[in-house]
Design a protein around this ligand. Structure first.
Ligand SMILES: [Zn+2]
Length: 335
């Protein structure tokens, strides 16, 4: 099959052997894959991985072969996949149902071969069927949207949590924007792209801050919040340099939630976190059922988040275009 292989330095399109399925697996013919900030961090060599590897985990495809140990009705179904494979179902975390943190887990497209290819072998327990009403392109948002929902699964809110500031309006920031609005929070969004800020506004964000026109973001946020700061501040910037402003924008006893996998060491001064008793949260993979329901019901809109589409042969241009434009939100590789 044709695959985009990352060799540790660059991505090369080459022919590799077709994946062989085990009895517990299905073979999926890939239709579309989103490029994630994590893919970018790997290609930029900020996030080390064992190479050679096929990247890509925001996948959509059709099941074309089913292993003999699993339900044959998966055949011909359109599916997406969770990313944490090789689960042992037996470790400390699995026994609590926390399969995404299994000690044996291998992340698809990060630790083991992923989906920038024609085919992928997937364990059946990772699969989620995609309803007919969700297109292939839109379905590439299911995995990141699940991560957006997980923000609030991991961070219980209290009655004083009313204003949330989201730093970074990429794909994840704009998905969290919509989830936060759906639970009734007031939103301040911060980005360097007017295009993205306008999209945030279109979804219902209450205050927009263009960081390029704002000398003191924490001060601006305090002006909008009776001098206190935001109750919750989210980092989806992918930029560790933003963390100083993120901490300073959070009110005393507030919540900071880190979503970016920077991949690189981040020097931050935690004194302010201690003195003002801030709580630091983080989260990653989330509930796929909620994400599928969010798209199916129309509660979450993703059509306008798709910036560009490329085919597999054009994957290098696809990665380049992701990095080039400040206005870029999401690139999809169609296979
Ligand atoms: Zn386990």
């Amino acid at each position: 099959m044709k695959a985009a292989v990352f060799d540790g330095k660059k991505i090369i399109i080459k022919t590799v052997s077709d994946p062989k399925i085990k009895d517990s697996q299905v073979l999926v013919h890939i239709k579309a894959v989103g490029i994630c900030g994590t893919d970018l961090a790997i290609v930029n060599r900020d996030l080390p991985v064992i190479t050679p590897i096929i990247l890509g985990h925001e996948l959509v495809g059709e099941v074309i072969k089913v292993g003999k140990d699993i339900d044959q009705s998966w055949l011909n179904k359109r599916v997406t996949s969770e990313i944490n494979s090789n689960i042992d179902f037996d470790c400390y975390y699995c026994k609590q149902g926390l399969f995404t943190q299994c000690v044996s887990r291998k992340a698809i497209g990060i630790d083991i071969d992923g989906a920038f290819a024609e085919y992928i072998a997937l364990e059946s327990y990772l699969l989620h069927e995609i309803p007919d009403s969700i297109s292939n392109d839109d379905a590439t948002f299911i995995e990141p949207l699940a991560a957006a929902y997980q923000t609030f699964e991991m961070m219980p809110l209290d009655q004083n949590d009313k204003i949330i500031a989201i730093f970074g309006l990429g794909k994840l920031g704009l998905l969290i924007t919509q989830v936060a609005l759906s639970i009734g929070l007031k939103l301040i969004v911060i980005d360097g792209s007017d295009k993205k800020l306008n999209l945030g506004n279109q979804f219902g964000a209450h205050y927009l801050i263009n960081r390029l026109n704002c000398k003191d973001i924490p001060n601006e946020i305090k002006d909008l919040t009776n001098g206190l700061g935001a109750d919750i501040v989210i980092d989806t910037t992918g930029n560790p340099d933003a963390l100083k402003d993120i901490i300073a924008s959070c009110r005393t006893r507030g919540k900071i939630h880190v979503k970016s996998t920077h991949g690189i060491e981040t020097p931050i001064n935690l004194t302010d976190v201690v003195v003002r008793e801030l709580t630091l949260y983080s989260s990653r993979c989330g509930p796929f059922e909620k994400a599928i329901d969010g798209l199916k019901s129309g509660k979450i809109e993703v059509g306008e988040l798709i910036s560009k589409k490329f085919n597999l042969n054009e994957i290098k241009q696809a990665f380049a275009s992701y990095q080039e434009s400040r206005d870029h939100i999401k690139t999809i590789i169609q296979i």
